[in-house]
Design a protein around this ligand. Structure first.
Ligand code: ZN
Length: 126
């Protein structure tokens, strides 16, 4: 239950007490919603904390880019829907285009994206 509590404490949404959440977790592994497969709680436990940490990172990155960040689920819902299985959208790298030539950009100033220093200089009129 210690491992479960580390995940529970790290979780970024509303949560209830450890024993309540743990009981729900074990129950939902054995009696899943939506015809999900039955799981062994012991095997799922090590997945919870890394999933929560990566979701926190994804949310922070989205916030930094001023993108929509969905309101956090409560922990029970997160458990019931097996959100530790969510694939991280951060794996899909967002592409930006160079404002000069239209190629894939990899650096930016406050307003513009550039593929290279050459294009950056062009834009500045050097
Ligand atoms: Zn360019």
């Amino acid at each position: 239950m210690k491992k479960f509590n580390l995940a529970r404490e790290k979780f970024y949404g509303t949560k209830r007490g450890l024993e309540t959440e743990y009981a729900n977790f074990v129950y939902r592994c054995k009696k899943p919603l939506n015809n999900y497969p039955v799981l062994d709680p012991e095997k799922v436990l090590p997945l919870l904390l890394p999933a929560i940490e990566s979701q926190i990172t994804v949310r922070e990155q989205a916030r930094e880019r001023n993108e929509f960040v969905p309101p956090p689920k409560n922990f029970q819902t997160w458990i019931n829907n097996r959100c530790w299985e969510e694939e991280s959208p951060s794996k899909a790298v967002r592409e930006h285009k160079c404002c000069v030539c239209g190629k894939k950009a990899n650096s930016r100033t406050s307003n513009d994206w550039f593929c290279s220093k050459v294009c950056h200089k062009k834009k500045l009129g050097w």
